[in-house]
Design a binder for this molecule. Structure first.
Ligand code: AMP
Length: 426
């Protein structure tokens, strides 16, 4: 089967690497991809948001399955676009419909969904410009810290945690009246702050059944010790030591089961990845957020740990046969460390040549490319998060050590990475 994968980051390199291993995948196209995905298949110069272009490519190339990496095409309705076209309807698209993607596309929708289905999450209220004054009054009496979330997609930047009321009111004004996040911030969710440790739970959903994939923990802050501004993610580990037994049973019974049942009860078409950001408060799990796709960099540890044939799993998603499958995960620990451009997540320069990418990689390590570009035969930096190195070992300590060792041999001007990924578990 010919498969088209949409996206161009480290997540897509990891998905491409995994898909290309399947005997069911005769040819893999990645749109637009990066120099890393080009090692797994053929890059196609198409934007994941160019639905017409994707339609033409699928027809011309005889694509039999589409896998969607990032959230934006899903929120913008790529699944609905395929279902509405008689020539495309038969091609399974791995990802939810626009209605299902609202779990990520609208914080207000996801909070109401959780309310309707009794799924544990932080207490909240929702405000917009019509009840602006009520929003200010609500904020002024709210316990601290207080969490403000822009309703729509804001490239991971739409959440602000405020330590005092003056800051909270100013932030609220910036979002609702100052257009800080554009349309995404016209509506704001004001939420109680939860204290606990977070983990990312990944579920494959076929509309009726689900399978829980290996979980992961990601590290969002730029500096060691979880200091400094938030980034897209500086590293990840899987498995997560505290995500065991009783706690994961609670995640399944209190969160995953009611979410999948709720989607079905509301007749929301959801066939794809569901990523649940969970926080452990005491011994109990609460939902921090839903995403309608895999996480990045979590994919770079989850896919290497997954022993199943991914195409087989996707065919079971499309055929609503996930109840016939079981997840088989590598018991070892995987750790990934992300190397970023100097200055990221603030402004940074691009175009620096990367050396060391062609050196031999040990059998238990993998290099995934993200913000890279091929220019005149060499690979140069082309984004904030440039590449990541995943390694396997029996312990977090050894896995991190192996990734660090390999990263020392990869160089570009301004390279920066955290050396303490997984520090709580060492
Ligand atoms: P989100 O985009 O909703 O995942 O939020 C980004 C980050 O903000 C999360 O990963 C948490 O670290 C933090 N966060 C969001 N909501 C809360 C909350 N209610 N309590 C504590 N931290 C939160």
């Amino acid at each position: 089967m010919k498969i088209l994968l949409l996206g161009s980051g480290g997540r897509e390199h990891a998905l491409a690497w995994k898909l290309a291993q399947s005997p069911l995948c005769t040819s893999l196209h990645i749109a637009p991809g990066n120099p890393g995905t080009a090692r797994c298949g053929t890059n196609v110069d198409l934007s994941p948001l160019d639905f017409e272009g994707i339609r033409r490519h699928c027809t011309a190339a005889g694509i039999g399955m589409v896998v969607v990496g990032p959230e934006e095409p899903l929120v913008k309705g790529i699944v609905d676009f395929f279902l509405a076209d008689p020539a495309l309807r038969g091609i399974p698209v791995i990802g939810p419909s626009a209605a299902g993607a609202q779990l990520e596309g609208s914080k207000a929708f996801s909070k109401k969904f959780m309310d309707r289905h009794g799924i544990p999450t932080a207490a909240y209220r929702e405000f917009n410009h019509t009840d602006f004054a009520a929003g200010i009054a609500y904020l002024q009496q709210h316990s601290l810290p207080v969490v403000l979330k822009a309703d729509g997609l804001a490239a991971g930047k739409g959440v602000v945690i405020c330590q005092n009321h003056v800051e909270a009111v100013a932030e609220f004004e910036l979002m609702v009246q100052g257009n800080k996040f554009g349309e995404a911030g016209n509506k704001v969710v004001v939420e109680e702050f939860l204290t606990g440790i977070e983990l990312s739970v990944f579920v494959l959903v076929d509309g009726d059944h689900f399978l829980v994939l290996p979980e992961a923990k990601d590290y969002k802050r730029i500096f060691e010790g979880d200091k400094g501004p938030n980034t897209g993610g500086m590293g990840a580990v899987s498995p997560v030591p505290f995500a065991a037994g009783d706690f994961m049973d609670k995640v399944t019974s209190r969160i995953i089961v009611p979410t999948v049942r709720g989607l079905r009860a509301e007749k929301i078409d959801y066939k794809g990845f569901l990523f649940i950001g969970v926080i452990k408060v005491g011994d109990d799990p609460f939902v921090i957020e839903y995403n309608c796709r895999m996480g990045d960099p979590e994919t770079e540890v989850v896919m290497p740990r997954l022993k199943n044939d991914l195409v087989e799993l996707f065919l079971a998603v499309a055929g609503q046969r996930l109840n016939d499958c079981r997840i088989d995960a590598d018991p070892r620990t995987a750790c990934t460390i992300v190397a970023v451009s100097g200055g990221y997540p603030g402004s940074y320069e691009k175009g620096f040549p990367i050396t060391g990418l062609d050196l031999p990689v040990p059998a238990d390590s993998l290099v995934f490319q993200a913000g890279t570009l091929e220019e005149k035969g060499s690979i140069v930096t082309n984004g904030g998060r440039v590449l990541c190195v995943t390694s396997f070992a029996e312990t977090v300590y050894e896995a991190v050590d192996k990734s660090r060792d390999l990263l020392e041999r990869i160089q570009y001007e301004g390279i920066f990475y955290r050396r303490d990924i997984g520090y709580e578990f060492l």
